[in-house]
Design a protein around this ligand. Structure first.
Ligand code: ADP
Ligand code: MG
Length: 276
């Protein structure tokens, strides 16, 4: 590891945006790998029935594998489903299998349906610096479970037309969950993804996001990179697939920024991928 400061308590970050294709899963797995490579112990919880985060981390998640579904619906301990990620030390994953698609409905009739993930995490005894939760592209009970379990919301925003559209709904849900179920919940981090500095659109969107959110927006943004989109088909994050690529370096830098912010250390730009 690089010896970045570690948080005093486990930071639970909910990666959410009900829009699909904005980079939630990509951000979850690559930030998690980056934090682990910086020396942290990190757990990724795959909360999307698609299981894309599990795939990208090279984690077996066929239908028979013990998964986050069993944790949420069958009250299985989290430790029974967590698997180590083989090529990154300190990185772990609680996979999603296809039966998670039914959980959204099954949870409705269960007791404490909004706080089942929170309880499972509280009962998990392995020491962790970070838990990153990859949410599905909806605001149903799975995402609500993530928002109740975590303190921090990380919103990836794609630098495209209509980038801010629909965010109001997510922010209202964050307010509702904070008001009723989880007083510590807040939007801590906004990350600009698929940023193309050559286009005027990308810098306009970045300006708009920065004036809307201010200091929550990371100074590091993630460029559009073919290496980032190729890595999952090899069951790898871009950090191991092509460590020298711009995509890998920018996620590594975003992780450093997140780690430093978490302990209140001022972040100084070291890297070129700072976007707008
Ligand atoms: P979400 O989880 O929000 O649906 P994904 O992380 O799956 O979004 O990303 C959507 C698609 O965009 C995927 O095919 C992914 O490989 C690709 N992608 C994400 N980030 C980048 C990037 N920075 N550069 C290039 N492709 C990206
Ligand atoms: Mg996804």
């Amino acid at each position: 590891g690089e010896g970045l400061p570690r948080p005093e308590e486990t930071r639970i970050m909910v990666v959410a945006n009900q829009k699909g294709g904005v980079g939630k899963t990509t951000t979850t797995v690559n930030l998690a790998a980056s934090l682990a490579l910086h020396g942290a112990r990190v757990l990724v919880i795959d909360l999307d029935p698609q299981g894309n985060a599990s795939t990208a981390l090279g984690i077996d998640h066929h239908a028979e594998v013990p998964s986050i579904y069993d944790v949420l619906v069958e009250s299985k301990p989290l430790s029974d489903v967590v698997q180590p990620v083989t090529d990154v030390e300190g990185l772990f994953c609680a996979p999603a299998t296809i039966d998670l698609a039914g959980a959204e409905i099954e949870l409705v009739s269960l007791v404490a349906r909004e706080s089942r993930l929170q309880r499972a995490i509280q009962a998990y005894e392995q020491p962790l610096d970070y838990i990153l939760i990859d949410c599905p592209p909806s605001l149903g009970l799975l995402t609500v479970n993530a928002l109740v379990a975590g303190a921090e919301v990380l919103i990836p925003i794609q630098c495209e037309y209509y980038a801010l559209e629909g965010l109001g709904q997510l922010l209202r849900n964050v307010d509702l969950v904070r008001g009723h179920l989880n007083p510590s919940l807040h939007v801590s981090t906004i990350l600009l993804t698929m940023y193309d500095g050559r286009t005027r659109l990308a810098s306009q969107v970045a300006d708009e996001v920065r004036s809307h959110f201010g200091s929550e927006v990371l100074r590091t943004s993630i460029p559009r990179s073919v290496r980032i989109s190729e890595a999952p088909s090899y069951g790898q994050t871009v950090l191991t697939y092509d460590p020298g690529s711009s995509g890998a370096l920018s996620y590594f830098e975003a992780a450093r920024e997140i780690a430093l912010r978490g302990v209140g250390v001022r972040y100084d730009v070291q890297h070129a991928h700072t976007g707008a």
